[in-house]
Design a protein around this ligand. Structure first.
Ligand SMILES: *Cc1c(COP(=O)(O)O)cnc(C)c1O
Length: 402
């Protein structure tokens, strides 16, 4: 087997932790029962395991277990929240507010609702990637039914002011949804203190398995109405039908439980690694940090680099590190990331950008290797670029067709 690059793409996905896998395995074989089978022990075992994860997730966000609806991931949870609220409340109003830097799993359901006649306000962000609360205040209308603002951004890692947004929504009796796919297990979340009515979660960004997520749906003060988007056997109190995927659910619970237990120490460790990477990289000129310097995920570093071609930089870095130039979810498009575009620095868009997602299995030794290689690559590309410009050749000619 060849040596594989150092994995630094933890916003795209993470490895399942061995302890998570160990917890899951019995639920594929011995404990294979259907949690809905109420007549025998196979069903009871599975139901008990599902109940335990419901309790862990509820505890993680200060909700109750009955408020957790399992889904296939955060994409489905976002779709259920946004389209489910739109369908249930359209008689009350048909206006939704969201933000330009949201994940496509929020923006696309909103765009779909637009084709059905809903009005969508897409808030801009400030240069640091955070929303301007006065812009939100201005955007509310009597017919606003939902505000959807993510907890932590998947590209630039910034943390939006959830408690302030929740307060503003509750004052106006508008529902507040947050996509917390990047946040669960990494930052404190509290649906009571933050006045959150719907929250999307996923397991695979926090060392759990892919294909499992959840939507928190508030049951009291206020009780959120939701139109199901998948009909069938009436699972999850009718909000999401389909046989529950017990092994994945067990893994989800274990992953979140472990992340919570290690959250404070791990955030400290990741912050140190990120600081170290940034300090080393910023020794060379023309490197800019994207997103707020403090209000961000511990493991996120997103930079723009002057004077190099984006594709050439990625190509130069890839043998040593598995990183991404923007969101993996939109990697099929060659357009600049909608998140970086939204930061409103037109010059920066001409720069190459790199997202480092540092996680549980990264070490200081790896960060040093990555920093050294990145600096060497940037310096060598800048030298080539200078020579090419003297020969009248464009740097982008060197980049492969995408
Ligand atoms: C990864 C991600 C999603 C999609 O989650 P899946 O569980 O893969 O469907 C949605 N929103 C954000 C912010 C993400 O980072």
């Amino acid at each position: 087997m060849s040596i594989r690059p150092i994995y630094l793409d933890c916003h795209a996905t993470t490895a399942v932790d061995e302890r998570v896998l160990a917890a899951m395995l019995p639920y594929f074989t011995e404990n294979f029962g259907n949690p809905s089978s109420i007549g025998h022990v196979y069903g009871w075992e599975a139901e008990a395991a599902v109940k335990q994860t419901r309790e862990i997730l509820a505890g993680a966000i200060n909700a109750t277990p009955e408020e957790i609806v399992f889904t296939s991931g955060a994409t489905e949870a976002n779709n259920l929240a946004i389209k489910g609220v739109a369908e249930a409340y359209f008689k009350k109003g048909q206006h939704i507010i969201t933000v330009v830097t949201e994940h496509n799993a929020v923006l696309d359901p909103c765009n779909y609702l637009k084709t059905l006649g809903f009005e969508i306000t897409i808030l801009p962000v400030k240069k640091d990637g955070l929303i301007d609360l006065s812009e939100l205040k201005k955007a509310f209308r009597p017919e606003t039914i939902l505000v959807s603002v993510m907890a932590a951004n998947n590209e630039i890692g910034v943390l939006q002011p959830l408690a302030e947004i929740g307060e503003m929504c509750r004052d106006r009796q508008v529902l507040f949804h947050t996509d917390a796919a990047q946040a669960i297990g990494k930052i404190p979340l509290d649906v009571q203190a933050m006045k959150i009515d719907l929250m999307s979660l996923t397991a695979h960004k926090v060392y759990g398995p892919k294909g499992i997520g959840a939507l928190y749906v508030r049951r009291r003060n206020p009780r959120v109405q939701l139109a199901p988007q998948q009909h069938g056997g009436g699972h999850e109190r009718g909000m999401r039908s389909g046989t529950l995927y017990t092994p994945q659910i067990v893994g989800f619970g274990k992953a979140v439980e472990m992340a919570l237990a290690e959250q404070a120490t791990e955030n400290q460790r990741l912050t140190q690694l990120r600081q170290s990477l940034w300090e080393q990289l910023s020794q060379i000129e023309g490197i800019h940090l994207n997103g707020h310097a403090q209000e961000r995920l511990a493991g996120n570093l997103n930079i723009s680099v002057e004077g190099v071609d984006g594709a050439a930089l990625l190509l130069g870095l890839q043998p040593v590190m598995a990183i991404s130039s923007s969101s993996a979810c939109s990697s099929t498009s060659t357009a600049p990331s909608h998140v970086l575009t939204a930061l409103g620095n037109p010059q920066q868009l001409a720069y190459a950008s790199v997202r480092f997602g540092i996680g549980r299995f990264n070490t200081q030794e790896e960060i040093d290797i990555v920093a050294k290689h990145a600096i060497a690559t940037i310096q060598s590309l800048r030298k080539t670029s200078f020579m090419d410009s003297r020969q009248g050749k464009r740097q982008s000619d060197l980049a492969p067709a995408d």
